[in-house]
Design a binder for this molecule. Sequence first.
Ligand code: BGC
Length: 421
Amino acid sequence: MQKESKNVLDFPKRFLWGASTSAHQIEGGNHNQWTIWELENAKTRAAKAEYQLGDFDNWEQIAAEAKNPENYVSGKLADHYNHYKEDFDLLQQMNMNAFRFSIEWSRIEPQEGAWNAAAIKHYKDYVEELKRRDIEPIVTLFHFTLPIWFAEKGGFEKRSNVKYFTRFAKKIISELGPSVRLVITLNEPEIYVIESYHLGNWPPALNNNYKCWRVINNLALAHQQAARAIHKLGRRYKVSISKNSKFYYAGDDALLSQISTAFMQYIQDDYFIKKVVKDCDFLGVNYYFTSRIFGNRTHNPNRDLSDMGWDLQPGDVQLVLERLNKKYKLPIIITENGIADASDEKRQWWITKSLIGIQKAIRNGAEVKGYLHWSLIDNFEWAYGKWPRFGLASVDYKTGERKLRPSAIWFGLVIKKIRKL
Ligand code: BGC
């Protein structure tokens, strides 16, 4: 037994410790496909809130916000676009050395083929500011939002539209130049497809399974083409996707439970990863859930729930990492992991369990290179709006004040110890 490796704080030396965000969820002032959809749907979403969320234990606490149409309009948010330096201070206060963010395509190319020089300069300055602070930038190119012109052309429904995304990828990465090394082309492609084309919760709000398959396959092509274009710019770029990865396990021995579990795992993870893995230098993994399957249904233990009613099994990140490591043998960066917890009662527990799980996976052979917590600051949680609070720092949307939550202050001290600062 190696005594040393039992130390909970024992992580690889150059491990990336950071937080994760996306443009539309924190920047404020965007104008894209989502902005329009938000304005069109805010009233309906507010009216349906009680019906959809009324059973939650925390309904009393969230009711006022959830029933207010303004909750569903992203608007100004934390105005991160203008206050990013303040937010980078938070990263430093937590002793972090990595930060994931997305570039808002609709800012860079507001009209087809028309590049916005001011927006390009903004993101260049942004990246340089991170570098000055010794923080590794991890750039996402698609995090669920599309420029209006691209959405009007049919978005990723059309294979012939993929070239526009590739062009954007090439343009912005060559503009950002060698300051960037790690690039995520697509965030959670299958979540985008399910929410936008199957459940109809996100724009273009369709329930069309045929389009689901078309879009998912076109997204695989989009990754492939963008990754190749970026690699052509330089082999120094390490490219991947951020895959929302779940672990599925059968709740009993019934044959149907076993078959459904294997099928769900394949559809959720492997279908897409297999299509893109050849063009990935590492795997970006977003971990939030484990699912226990009985027959063909999910019944989770629900012992601990987040503010959004999600079953919390933080330690199971280990199972996800070990499975992906065994199957794909690529280095892994956890590009998202976190919890909606406005009272901050569970976040420290969540992080502790997650770090222990990650460490166990590393001991069992997984090559995990980093952990990025979702999210740095409170964010716009898509169709749920502003009430879910994922931030390590809270945001007062009225005054713009951000404040590290107690769990974040604690996490910062843990990172300091681990990094021996
Ligand atoms: C997404 C984020 C989202 C987070 C919490 C991930 O699915 O990438 O945009 O805010 O989960 O729901």
